[in-house]
Design a protein around this ligand. Structure first.
Ligand code: SAH
Ligand code: SF4
Ligand code: F3S
Length: 498
């Protein structure tokens, strides 16, 4: 079958979109502006980076605010009900803004892979112009062009979710949110069908991206200033399995990780997510012995009860999980382990929940994302959901969060007084004078700068430090972040002494 994404077609779509941008600029005296609202995981974050890259290549610019956008895109997530609800709230608010066909509104991402949500848009939000499938960024220029063409006639929402395309948007422009921490997809989809999860239905089966294409993108990102690379996949441990099943040669994830770690000038490689059933001794060896692989692993546990793990179709036991955590911590001193947990899976008893609390204490997670079970239409677990149990689940959730907050705090307190490397992301949300960043073992640190003004006539530019590792002395710890100050001896890039 010929895929839609033949490169010539996309080039042609892009150049036609560029012509539209030029005409727009002549007519309105300004460049057309876009806004992308992204929900969900890093896979979606990265798809939005590709969408932004395409739009900027076509001559659009980021809008300063939603109200002044000529094109608004929503990249949706369906993993829990609140993700769905937030999207509908946002798109609903655009209705009064829409006049004479502007702004153009497009929706893509995981919700658009589900008929029920597409139908809701078609019937209740007809002012939306087009729908695309999850990750279908190659179809974006065509969708905008089709919308522009149709705008003179009476039209309804264009549903392009079934448009055929390649799994990996090779050679697509990308506008990275953070040049210094580049997201690189190594595979899409999931074969695991955990009984609560919608992802296999929205993202389809596992598909691995060719090894060389991944390395090529990593090299390009490093040339473009990436200190860190984050390799993305729903279950990175099964990288290459689909190719090998087809009889094609492909290295597995341990090799890929080792090769990426050796790319010259790269400081650190991160990866997520690892599934406990597929975490091999070989991978633990690579994580334990490669200085450029992050000393951290995100290893979702979901539940500490074997009974619930089996119902969830996770295919490991609590014991196996604890064994992995021990091996990982032994393989590399100071390694952090973070996790995901679900409370209130249908039929969870107090005893099951106690098993989760016990395992959390044993594993001493450095951080955890905790979720209340959310029934997802089309998944097996949703049929067993009992809304009567909501209050009890909420109460369990609070106990779980309290325990994790204590464990996270204890973990963070251990590094008070130490000097650690922090890759600076830029000004923090609360205070522009304080920069936030991450340690190699993935802790969030808010960094202050020692008084720079008193002796110096010409204070150095802090912004020169964004995207660099700097030594930070940790002074204070909370459950979610640390506070520290830049070590005095640090030199800025241009040699100014802070
Ligand atoms: N592929 C990854 C992440 C998937 S989604 C993995 O397997 O771990 C991220 C997290 O969302 C999951 O780890 C799980 O904890 C949570 N999650 C997924 N479906 C959920 C649901 N229906 N209700 C509540 N939490 C859910
Ligand atoms: Fe969902 Fe399980 Fe796949 Fe993760 S491994 S995406 S939780 S089905
Ligand atoms: Fe959400 Fe889809 Fe990611 S459902 S978590 S955006 S793969």
């Amino acid at each position: 079958m010929e895929t839609y994404s033949n490169k010539e077609q996309i080039k042609d779509d892009l150049s036609r979109l560029r012509e539209w941008s030029l005409t727009f600029t002549r007519d309105y005296g300004r460049l057309p502006a876009y806004h992308i609202q992204t929900f969900g995981c890093q896979q979606n974050d990265h798809d939005s980076e590709i969408a932004a890259g395409i739009l900027e290549e076509a001559g659009l610019v980021p809008a300063l605010e939603l109200e002044s956008s000529d094109l608004v895109l929503f990249n949706t997530c369906s993993v829990r009900a609140n993700a769905d609800d937030r999207f509908f709230g946002h798109v609903g608010r655009l209705k009064p803004m829409k006049q004479d066909g502007r702004p153009i509104i497009g929706v893509f991402g995981c919700m658009m892979e589900q008929l029920i949500h597409r139908d809701t848009i078609l019937t209740s939000f007809p002012f939306v112009d087009f729908l695309l499938g999850a990750g279908a960024m190659e179809v974006l220029p065509a969708a905008i062009l089709d919308t522009l063409e149709a705008s003179s006639r009476k039209k309804k929402t264009l549903d392009l979710t079934k448009r055929d395309r390649d799994a990996f948007a090779e050679e697509m422009p990308v506008r990275r949110t953070r040049n210094h921490r580049a997201l690189v997809t190594i595979m899409t989809g999931c074969n695991n069908f955990c009984s609560y999860c919608i992802v296999p239905y929205t993202r389809g089966r596992e598909k691995s991206r060719p090894f060389e294409d991944i390395l090529e993108e990593v090299r390009r990102a490093v040339d473009g200033g990436a200190a860190e690379i984050m390799l993305l996949g729903q279950n990175v441990n099964s990288y290459g399995n689909d190719m090998r099943r087809r009889g094609e040669e492909s290295p597995g994830f341990p090799r890929l990780l080792e090769e990426v770690a050796q790319v010259p000038s790269l400081e650190l490689v991160r990866y997520m997510t690892s599934h406990p059933k597929d975490l091999s001794d070989e991978l633990i060896r690579v994580i334990g012995t490669s200085p450029k692989v992050e000393p951290h692993i995100h290893l979702p546990l979901q539940s500490g009860s074997d009974r619930i793990l089996e119902k969830m179709n996770r295919r490991y036991t609590a014991d196996h999980y604890l064994g992995l955590v021990r091996k990982l911590r032994d393989s590399r001193p100071g390694m952090t382990v973070t996790t995901d947990l679900i409370v209130g899976y249908p039929g969870e008893t107090e005893e099951d929940f106690q098993a989760t609390l016990w395992l959390m204490e044993e594993a001493r997670f450095d951080a955890a994302f905790t979720f209340i079970y959310s029934p997802r239409t089309g998944t097996p677990a949703a049929e067993l959901y009992d809304s009567e149990e909501r209050d009890m689940i909420q109460e369990r959730f609070e106990r779980l969060v309290n325990l994790q907050n204590r464990l996270s705090l204890e973990s963070n307190q251990k590094i008070i007084g130490k000097e650690v490397d922090v890759l600076l992301d830029g000004p923090s949300r609360r205070d522009p004078d304080i920069f936030s960043g991450r340690t190699r073992d993935d802790r969030l640190v808010n960094v202050s700068f020692p008084s720079m003004t008193s002796l110096q006539a010409d204070p150095p530019d802090k912004n020169a430090l964004i995207g660099q590792y700097v030594p930070v002395l940790i002074e204070k710890a909370g459950s979610f972040s640390l506070e520290g100050r830049l070590d005095k001896k640090m030199d800025t890039q241009d040699g100014a002494d802070i």
